[in-house]
Design a protein. Structure first.
Lengths: 505, 322
């Protein structure tokens, strides 16, 4: 079914929040049957621009044109009515409600003015088939994975017959395989004549899916280029505004350090909520990557180690000492530090200031009565923030005003300030832009070189391959394979993680 | 499926309570107890049906007791000025007056973007003050109310010595309308969406402010109808004591009925079962000769226990899912 094409355009759009200009004079046009990528570093304004197109934000100046006619969206409702769909990074789910109701939220099928639940369920099944997945429409959404919840959102946009689709960092929480599933859907939509906007700072993805690339930096549109006429290197230098150095300094730790006998974190026969029979060791000076598909039990393991969920059986040793961990305080006293996956909920006090958040973890470690020495902690934090290129106005600025990537940087800073020798990093660079990602990698590596034991959970395989000295692959709650940096390849890890082939290690 | 299970728990609590009361005091199963239960129900049940959508959106309406007091006085004054006023008109008037006060709550919560608990604690006091101003400190007594109005609770369908009183009809009417409204209309489903994730609801194009406004206005309307029932049942309305602590009873009923106190989950059937539980408890306490002063304490503890039970059930469910 070929739909009539619709195009949407932003012309000289500017947006300000509390007098701070986050987007100025941006122009972009999404055309039918084309995928147009918006890319840039965190805080560059790419999400803001996408949200203007979808009616979530109203530009303070400039205009939005739909099929070359000016249109003023008062809110998302009007934009949805015009066939514009915005797919968000974190799925917008109604957890207690069924899949069918999530799909048809706000426009349930009706018979004689009353909701026709049978039709809702049948149409949901049909839409799911169209997306190539099977999901019971009566299931509550609370039990679904992030990727499944995104499919529910896609089905919702399909049910509205959306003609313009804007994906706002939609691939960020997805594994590589799930990302490919999403790309299949995007290609189908494209062939049906939909106009597609794709917001991402993952250049591999951008180059794979996009026809045009618009690059933003510091709230300004820097350039729009056809994908065929440019290279990743050029796009990166346009995003960052300078050439990035090769990643040569991320050399793996030398063998003398690895052979050092002292074991930082070691675990034997550990079982708990979502993982079982786990044995592993992370030595001082080592970065060990934990890879696997989303839902393989990696984050669950991290939560168990940090005392957030109860451990059923097994032993945890930190620095050679047997640690009894039943709550996060125990874990912190044992010397562990966790950078959680869900920064919004687990890692930050979003209403508090940047300064307060950064000093929180190191404060908690001090025993007894300690006077908060603002000036001293600010000084230490400032150096870390500069290294991370954190964009913030002042110490008093609430964290909620920062962009997603900058929030992640505050979480990182918070734990780096504790100077812990045993780091558990759960997706440390999710949502962090290219330039800063590099800095985060350098920081992680330097922590290891200064003798820290680093356990790094990541779904970003290229990241794992450049950074880690060793790998554990997890599947269905168990460690199924171990690779050294020299043996590991993307293919080997993926096949072990998905269980396609038996892999001997 | 899940919903049925939660309401079964509320229903079994009622059975356990009744069995317990019956073993301690066999008089509990006499028709007179049943009559007391049926007499207790309408006032609480109608306001609970109104409180339900508010709690489903993740809010709370603490002002219902004062709305009940205000409308009770208003009905008395209406009859004083015109004793031939049709009874249906009195109920309608009382409901609309309550709806007007509820709309004030709704406007402050939705367009004013204020937390519901702050708004309705404020209006709990403000509406009580308004009640004093309206009544000039005088109470409405039976001489001001026509006997056709005060007889309502004795009238109805008699089965043996049990009376299905007329206000019970209103309970059925409200429960039916609310069940259809919440389960089978776009508006009702939007109420659940808002309670589950208000930001997502807004981004999906749902008019969240209109939903918030409406649920508080509806809660006020039901509290107003309860005000008329109060006047008719007791034959007098004291501006100070009418509806005092009523909000506690109503919120306890909804919580015991398995409605998630933070919003997004619950049903009309659950809320009604919660009311039935409180009605049985009320009668059991008096049949067992327990001092009425215990009642408030018991209600307070029940709210906490109900919410505790709910979170425990959710925890075991989550564990089972892992």
């Amino acid at each position: 079914m070929v739909k009539e094409g619709t195009c949407i355009e932003a012309r000289n759009v500017s947006v300000s929040f509390d007098g701070v200009r986050v987007l100025s004079d941006a122009c972009v046009k999404l055309e039918p049957g084309r995928v147009h990528a918006l890319t840039g570093e965190n805080g560059a304004g790419k999400s803001t621009l996408a949200k203007c197109l979808a009616g979530v934000y109203q530009p303070s100046s400039g205009i939005i044109l739909l099929d070359n006619a000016e249109i003023g969206f008062q809110g998302p409702k009007e934009a949805i009515g015009k066939g514009i769909a915005l797919i968000h990074q974190e799925p917008l789910s109604f957890r207690e409600l069924s899949v069918a109701e999530n799909v048809f939220a706000g426009h349930l099928p009706k018979k004689l003015g009353l909701v026709d639940w049978k039709a809702a369920s049948q149409q949901t099944t049909a839409l799911m088939n169209q997306l190539g997945i099977s999901l019971d429409p009566s299931l509550p959404v609370a039990g679904l994975s992030v990727a499944q919840q995104q499919m529910v959102e896609l089905a919702s946009a399909l049910s509205r017959n959306a003609k313009v689709w804007i994906f706002d960092e939609t691939t960020a929480p997805l594994t590589p395989i799930e990302t490919q599933e999403l790309f299949k859907v995007i290609r189908t939509l494209k062939s049906q004549g939909c106009a597609i906007g794709f917001v991402s700072h993952h250049l591999d993805e951008v180059f794979e899916i996009a026809d045009e690339i618009s690059i933003l930096r510091d709230g300004r549109l820097i350039a729009t280029k056809p994908t065929n006429d440019t290279t990743q290197k050029e796009v990166i230098s346009l995003m960052v505004g300078r050439e990035l150095l090769e990643e040569d300094f991320l050399s793996h730790s030398d063998s003398t350090q690895v052979s050092k006998p002292a074991s930082g974190i070691s675990v034997s026969e550990l079982s708990g909520m979502g993982y079982k029979n786990i044995n592993f060791e992370v030595k001082y000076g080592e970065v060990v990557g934990f890879v696997g598909l989303v839902g393989a039990g990696r984050s669950e393991l991290a939560k168990g180690l940090f005392g957030l969920t109860p451990v059923k059986q097994g032993k945890i040793s930190v620095g050679g000492q047997l640690a009894k961990i039943s709550c996060p305080q125990d874990a912190m006293k044992a010397g562990l530090a966790l950078i959680p996956e869900d920064r919004q909920h687990d890692g930050l006090m979003v209403d508090q200031s940047v300064g307060a958040n950064a000093s929180l973890a190191s404060l908690a470690l001090k025993s007894g009565i300690a006077v908060v020495n603002d000036q001293k902690s600010e000084k230490v934090a400032l150096t870390i923030f500069q290294t991370l290129q954190l964009k913030f106005r002042s110490w008093r600025q609430p964290v909620r005003e920062l962009s997603g990537g900058n929030q992640q940087k505050v979480v990182l800073a918070k734990w780096l300030l504790t100077q812990s020798k045993h780091l558990i990093l759960d997706e440390p660079t999710r949502g962090v832009d290219v330039g800063a990602k590099h800095e985060v990698h350098k920081l992680i590596r330097s922590q290891a070189n200064h003798g820290a034991a680093v356990m790094m959970i990541t779904s970003d395989l290229p990241e794992a391959l450049t950074l880690a000295d060793r790998f554990y692959v997890m599947r269905k709650g168990e460690i199924v394979a171990e690779f050294s940096a020299t043996e590991a390849t993307q293919e080997k890890i993926l096949s072990a993680a998905s269980g396609h082939k038996e892999v001997s290690s | 499926m899940n919903g049925v299970r939660r309401e079964l728990i509320s229903a079994s609590l009622i059975v356990i309570l009744c069995l317990f009361a019956w073993i301690r005091e066999p008089r509990f199963f006499e028709p007179q107890s049943l009559n007391s239960i049926l007499l207790y129900l309408p006032m609480v049940a109608i306001a609970a049906v109104g409180q339900l959508p508010v709690i489903l959106t993740g809010g709370i309406d603490i002002s219902v007791g004062s709305i009940l007091g205000f409308t009770g006085i208003a009905v008395g004054l209406m009859f004083q000025s015109n004793s031939h006023l049709p009874i249906v008109a009195a109920f309608l008037f009382s409901g609309l007056a309550g709806g007007l006060l509820g709309a004030v709550n709704g406007a402050l919560v939705s367009w004013g973007r204020l937390p519901a608990i702050v708004v309705t604690i404020g209006t709990l006091s403000a509406f009580r003050g308004l009640t004093f101003l309206l009544s000039r400190g005088n109470q409405v007594d039976s001489t001001m109310l026509p006997s056709s109005f005060t007889n309502l609770v004795q009238q109805g369908i008699h089965i043996g010595s049990v009376t299905l009183n007329e206000p019970l009809l209103l309970v059925f009417l409200f429960a039916f309308v609310a069940s259809i409204g919440l389960g089978y209309t776009q508006f009702g489903r939007n109420v659940y969406s808002v309670g589950n994730n208000i930001k997502a609801a807004y981004l999906r194009g749902i008019s969240t402010q209109w939903i918030l406004f409406s649920v508080y206005a509806f809660s006020g309307f039901t509290a107003g109808v309860s005000g008329a029932i109060y006047a008719s049942r007791f034959g007098f309305v004291n501006p100070e004591s009418a509806g005092k602590s009523f909000e506690l009873t109503v919120i306890a009923a909804v919580a015991i009925g398995g409605v998630k106190i933070t919003g997004g989950y619950g049903s009309v059937l659950g809320a009604l079962l919660g009311c039935l539980f409180l009605a049985c408890l009320n009668v059991a306490l008096s049949v067992l000769g327990i001092n009425a002063n215990w009642q408030l304490m018991v209600y307070g503890l029940l709210i906490i226990l109900a919410v505790l039970l709910d979170s425990l059930l959710r925890m075991t469910k989550r564990k089972a899912a892992v």
